[in-house]
Design a protein around this ligand. Structure first.
Ligand code: AMP
Length: 212
C-alpha cells in the first residue's frame, strides 16, 4: 500500500492533475465526504486528508509514505528526515509583511524601533527580521492575522498572499515580500527504500507532468 498525505483545498485540487498523470484518480471528494482516508482507482494507493501543518509529521512518522505541503509549512515546522525530491510548482503564493495603509513601515524599520508582528509564521518572521537587524516582538496567531493591525494589537503581520484581495479587503498593504512559496513533494526515507519501485514511479510521473 502507498499512502499519500494531502490537505484539503488548493493543494488537493492542484495535486489531482499530477495524480492523474501518475494514473491515479481519487474516487471521493474531501469537500463533500467526511472520510479521512480516500480510496483511488489503484487498489494499492490511498490518500489521507490531514491539516496542512500536519503533512510533514505524518510523513516523518511513517503514517504516510508521501505528502505534499507548502514551503512555508516545511520551513516553519521543520523537515527533519524528509526527502524532498520535487518542487511541484503548485499552490503558488508568497509570504509577505503587511501593515495598515496609514502605518509608516519604512520609517519604523529604519529607526530601528521595535516592531510588533502578529503571525502564524513565528520562525520565518524571526529569521527574516533578525537578518534585517530589526527588533520584533512576535505575537503567535493561528488564523485571521489581518485583524491584529486593525485592532491595534500589532504594527504588522506576516502571512501568505496570493491575489492580495484579503489584504485589500482589510485595508492592509503589502510592504515587503519575504519569499515565494510553492508546494513540495516530501517522502518518508524508510518508505523510499522499502517501496522503492512504486514510489519512484509516482515521483517520475509527477516530474514528467511538471516538465522536470
Ligand atoms: P489572497 O486574498 O488571494 O491574497 O489570499 C490570501 C489568503 O489566502 C490568506 O489568508 C492566506 O493565508 C491564504 N492563502 C493564499 N495562498 C495560499 C496557499 N498557497 N496556501 C494556503 N493558504 C493560502
Amino acid at each position: 500500500m502507498i499512502t499519500l498525505a494531502l490537505s484539503k483545498g488548493r493543494i488537493f485540487e492542484e495535486t489531482l492533475p499530477l495524480l492523474k498523470a501518475a494514473g491515479i484518480e481519487v474516487l471521493e471528494d474531501p469537500e463533500t465526504s467526511r472520510k479521512l482516508i480516500l480510496t483511488t482507482n489503484q487498489p494499492n494507493v490511498r490518500v489521507l486528508v490531514v491539516r496542512a501543518t500536519d503533512v510533514p509529521t505524518y510523513v516523518q512518522y511513517g503514517g504516510a509514505d508521501l505528502g505534499i505541503t507548502g514551503r512555508d509549512t516545511l520551513l516553519e515546522h521543520g523537515s527533519d528526515g524528509l526527502y524532498q525530491p520535487l518542487d511541484l510548482q503548485i499552490a503558488k503564493c508568497r509570504i509577505s509583511v503587511a501593515v495598515r495603509s496609514d502605518f509608516d513601515y519604512a520609517t519604523a524599520v529604519k529607526k530601528g524601533s521595535r516592531l510588533t508582528v502578529a503571525t502564524k509564521y513565528v520562525a520565518i518572521s524571526r529569521d527574516f527580521f533578525a537578518a534585517k537587524g530589526v527588533h520584533v516582538d512576535l505575537i503567535k496567531l493561528y488564523g485571521s492575522m489581518e485583524l491584529a493591525p486593525l485592532v491595534g494589537m500589532a504594527d504588522a503581520i506576516v502571512d501568505l498572499v496570493s491575489t492580495g484581495n484579503t489584504l485589500k479587503a482589510n485595508q492592509l498593504v503589502e510592504v515587503e515580500r519575504i519569499m515565494d512559496i510553492s508546494s513540495r513533494l516530501v517522502v518518508n526515507q524508510a518508505a523510499l527504500k522499502l517501496k522503492q519501485a512504486p514510489i519512484r514511479k509516482i515521483i517520475d510521473a509527477f516530474a514528467a507532468a511538471i516538465g522536470q
